[in-house]
Design a protein around this ligand. Structure first.
Ligand code: SF4
Ligand code: SF4
Length: 135
């Protein structure tokens, strides 16, 4: 029996990939990390389509703690299931899906992206966010 398994394995050959030692190619249509372009976001004029579409509640829109005249947009990548519904719902293409999927961090709060719309970005140790500063 074991010899049969060995022979079958030799006939099949290697079927795994070398990732993460070598980058792997992604399938067409792969959905990775969604990103917000704050300059395109209409939340300040009442839009909340992305938050309403987000089934796991990963997106929140609420008053900014320091300046209540601003809105804080928060996206928790720890809750995001990368479904793309926020991108489909956004009327101004402010949300886009990227192919980034390596989002491992040491602390859960590093997966929270937050921006006060009309102001400075306030958090985001999130991979794929090169301008991120710690809160
Ligand atoms: S991709 Fe899906 S889960 Fe992630 S923020 Fe958008 S709607 Fe929510
Ligand atoms: S749906 Fe688009 S424009 Fe509206 S709040 Fe969300 S990101 Fe901003």
């Amino acid at each position: 029996m074991q010899l049969a398994w060995l022979l079958r394995g030799l006939r099949t050959g290697v079927v795994t990939t070398r990732y993460p030692q070598r980058p792997d190619s992604l399938p067409p249509g792969f959905r990775g990390q969604p990103l917000l372009d704050p300059a395109r976001c209409w939340a300040a004029t009442g839009c909340a389509a992305c938050a309403e579409a987000c089934l796991p509640g990963a997106i929140r829109l609420e008053e900014a703690p320091v300046d209540p005249s601003r809105l804080r947009f928060t996206l928790d990548y720890g809750s995001c299931i990368m479904c793309g519904l926020c991108v489909a719902a956004c009327p101004n293409h402010a949300m886009v899906m990227t192919p980034e999927f390596e989002l491992a961090v040491r602390q859960p709060h590093d997966l929270i992206y937050a921006v006060d719309l009309g102001g400075e970005q306030t958090n985001g140790g999130v991979p794929g966010d090169p301008d991120a500063d710690r809160q």
